[in-house]
Design a binder for this molecule. Structure first.
Ligand code: SF4
Length: 332
């Protein structure tokens, strides 16, 4: 039974969502009340350091968290339906045709011992069980390969992954996702393992698909440059919390949260100057996260209240939200 597409409202709505992991009896509190939305046809970024919970968030959206994960609260709504409450049939339909995912390393996303044709047609048969003939599915696959600018789709279909470059493999993964009919593309660092020119081509391709096919994209990356180029709204994550969110241009031109500002300072400037010193300290131990603001141990502006109370997520200008006591006290 396919998930009914709800044309109104966001395609993805993550509300006050928290996840902990039971690691040999110790609880690691990774996601702490994250909230963000992806509207239809929108490109939204999720950016933060490695280990801040980006990939856990993506797994939660597809409900593929490992068995030791415990959802402590909140919900993930896909097309208005709570993912954790979906029946097996609805969940299967959502994974088949609702949300598709492309990964950082396309080489590990494709099975090396099967041809592209075999893998592509297997996915399409799963996406449309009992529907089209093999010939029709082959035509859908080659059309999708053409639409991601891969020349000679018949040759690509006959190829094995080792015969394709990294950029070609990533295009194949994108083609598989769009041919299956996905409406929300979850892109987990889609260009990180590729060289910069190929990465740029992949990002431009994703941007074009958003326009041509009305796709929605959740782009996850640690790269501020990638997020600035590829999204219209951004959520800055730190240690399992969303600390700042808003229109990408607003957040990049006027970062309000001390962590966002420090991240921006770390970007090397084309004009040269001194080498960025980075952000002193490290992400907190998730088994004993700070009681208040999770950035407090590294924040040069931390005050007593920061150690004891979580900052509220406040709107500082239309659509621009920040979680910081400096904002709630009118200092920032
Ligand atoms: Fe720094 Fe306090 Fe703001 Fe957290 S709440 S970012 S510790 S000033």
């Amino acid at each position: 039974m396919p998930t009914a597409e709800n044309k109104s409202g966001p395609i993805l709505d993550v509300r006050d969502f928290s996840v902990s992991f039971n690691v040999y009896g110790k609880f690691s509190h990774v996601l702490d009340g994250i909230a963000f939305r992806v509207q239809r046809g929108e490109r939204v970024g999720l950016v933060g350091e490695s280990g801040c919970g980006k990939t856990t968030t993506l797994k939660a959206i597809l409900r593929v968290l490992p068995g030791n994960a415990i959802v402590k609260g909140g919900e993930v709504l896909f097309d208005g339906q709570d993912v954790s409450g979906m029946s097996d049939a609805a969940l299967s339909a959502m994974r088949r045709t609702g949300a598709g995912m492309i990964f950082q390393d396309p080489s590990s996303a494709l099975n090396p011992v099967f041809s592209i044709e075999s893998q592509f047609l297997t996915v399409l048969k799963y996406a449309a069980p009992g529907g089209a003939s093999g010939k029709q599915l082959y035509a859908v696959a080659t059309e999708a390969l053409s639409s991601v600018m891969l020349p000679d789709p018949d040759r690509i279909m006959k190829s094995f992954p080792y015969q394709l470059s990294g950029g070609m493999k990533q295009r194949v993964c994108i083609a598989i996702a769009i041919a299956a009919g996905c409406r929300l593309l979850l892109a987990d660092e889609p260009g990180t393992s590729l060289d910069v020119t190929i990465q740029d081509q992949i990002l431009r391709l994703i941007n074009r698909l958003v326009i041509d096919r009305g796709l929605s994209v959740l782009m996850v990356s640690h790269s501020l440059g990638v997020i600035r180029q590829s999204t219209s709204r951004v959520n800055i994550m730190y240690a399992g919390t969303v600390v700042e969110s808003g229109a990408t241009d607003d957040v990049f031109s006027d970062p309000k949260h001390p962590y966002t500002a420090a991240l921006m300072e770390c970007v090397p400037k084309l004009t040269g100057g001194s080498v960025a010193r980075g952000i002193p300290g490290r992400v907190p131990d998730y088994t004993q996260p700070p009681k208040g603001c999770r950035f407090a141990p590294r924040c040069p502006w931390a005050r007593d209240i920061c150690n004891g109370q979580k900052p509220p997520h406040l709107e500082v200008s239309p659509g621009h939200h920040v979680s910081c006591h400096l904002v709630s006290e009118g200092i920032q």
